[in-house]
Ligand binder design. Structure first.
Ligand SMILES: *Cc1c(COP(=O)(O)O)cnc(C)c1O
Length: 382
């Protein structure tokens, strides 16, 4: 039997493990931050018709530049964040925002270059960085998972990275960044600044999007995805907004015809039904806030969340709690700082199952700071 060790694999990939959030067939899958609400019957029909419409042209390559889709995405962003006036010329799309991130690193990272992120954050940022031959620099977030502008500037000035990643709301902590932190990094950074807004639609109303900073900041890239709030993870459609010059750079590294005709048709149909697809976001936000309050009342530590998941703890043996939950049919994610777990917000029935299973699973791991909020204040004093 040939093993990987026998193959002339790149030295810098030896010993790496592939991305592997478990895909298990369980009653309650609360581990990958998907939107729990599937498309309606009417939308399923519309999606099927859109695929039918392009099926007869599949002997031909698709629109290489996906112009119509990019126009639809620009219109969606303009509605999401009024006043930004985006056009197709400032929006780019790819197979999931992971491919968007890879294209960014292929164009602006690479051998001899560096990318810096503030951890704990999205685990794929360092992975994609490494795969493109870019060196990863791990700076850290504050103890409350926020990012003080002064600390961010210090890290950027010390390392002078070619690419900086800021994730807001952050995965796995849920923390949103104030615009001041993003502006501070933009001023200090010598290279590109990527604000990963995969969970942007879930943010609180008072948290502005980094899209509002695009004008006058040609080194800023804001990435989004249809996988999370937009309830289309299976479609694989991610996108970005940036200066047109950034798109010129990405055209140098993207594969020709990277977005299939089927993907483009399905994504455009989904965008035309955006109101329906995003219809669950309000309920998911309320469910999230309810879960945070419940967890705190039960004595857990909980990070404030602007996303569709909640990071909670702390557990001396989180693996045991994760396993106990799985035994009860509830799959959550073992990710982030060592004593914490992340649960995705699902439909009310799923969250009820999670709460019941968690109370049965926490045995022997009673949080050591009961009745306190994340910052360590007693609840009574809040
Ligand atoms: C889920 C996620 C993505 C990528 O999602 P795609 O499905 O590839 O669009 C990117 N960034 C963060 C922070 C995520 O959590």
């Amino acid at each position: 039997m040939t093993s990987l060790d026998d193959l002339p694999l790149r030295d810098d990939l030896r010993g790496h493990t592939p991305y592997g959030a478990p895909q298990l067939d369980v009653p309650y899958a609360l581990n990958t931050n998907e939107n729990p609400y599937p498309p309606s019957e009417a939308l399923v029909k519309a999606l099927g018709e859109a695929v039918m419409d392009v099926a007869g042209t599949l002997n031909r390559y698709p629109d290489r530049d996906a112009v119509a889709l990019r126009g639809d995405l620009a219109a969606f962003l303009n509605a999401d964040t009024p006043g930004i006036g985006l056009t197709a010329g400032r929006v780019w799309a790819a197979n999931g925002s992971n491919e968007i991130l890879q294209q960014i690193l292929l164009a602006f990272g690479g051998a001899g270059r560096t990318a810096l992120g503030f951890e704990p954050s999205y685990s794929m940022h360092p992975v994609i960085t490494g795969v493109t031959g870019t060196r990863w620099i791990n700076a850290s977030r504050d103890a409350d998972f926020g990012l003080e502008p002064a600390r961010a500037i210090e890290a950027v000035e010390e390392h002078r990275p070619d690419v900086v990643f800021l994730t807001s709301p952050n995965n796995p902590t849920g923390t949103a960044l104030p615009l001041e932190a993003i502006e501070a990094v933009l001023r200090a950074a010598p290279g590109m600044v990527v604000v990963d807004e995969a969970y942007g639609e879930f943010r609180r109303r008072e948290t502005p999007s980094a899209l509002t900073l695009l004008d006058g900041n040609p080194r800023l890239i804001v990435t989004r995805t249809m996988s999370k709030a937009f309830a289309m993870a299976g479609t694989r459609l991610g996108y970005l907004a940036a200066d047109p010059a950034v798109l010129d750079a990405l055209l140098l590294v993207r594969l020709p015809y990277h977005l299939s005709a089927v993907t483009q048709a399905v994504a455009r149909t989904a965008l035309a039904h955006g109101e329906e697809l995003l219809g669950g976001v309000g309920a998911l936000r309320r469910e999230r806030d309810g879960l945070v309050a419940w967890l705190r009342a039960e004595g857990f530590r909980v990070a404030d969340s602007d996303a569709n998941f909640v990071l909670f703890g702390t557990f001396p043996d989180r693996r045991k709690v994760w396993e106990n939950l799985l035994e009860r049919g509830v799959l959550i994610r073992e990710v982030g700082p060592p004593e914490w777990l992340r649960v995705t917000i699902g439909a009310p029935g799923e969250m009820a199952a999670f709460r019941t299973a968690l109370l049965q699973s926490r045995g022997g791991t009673t949080p050591h700071t009961p009745r306190t909020d994340f910052a360590g204040n007693s609840k009574e004093s809040l």
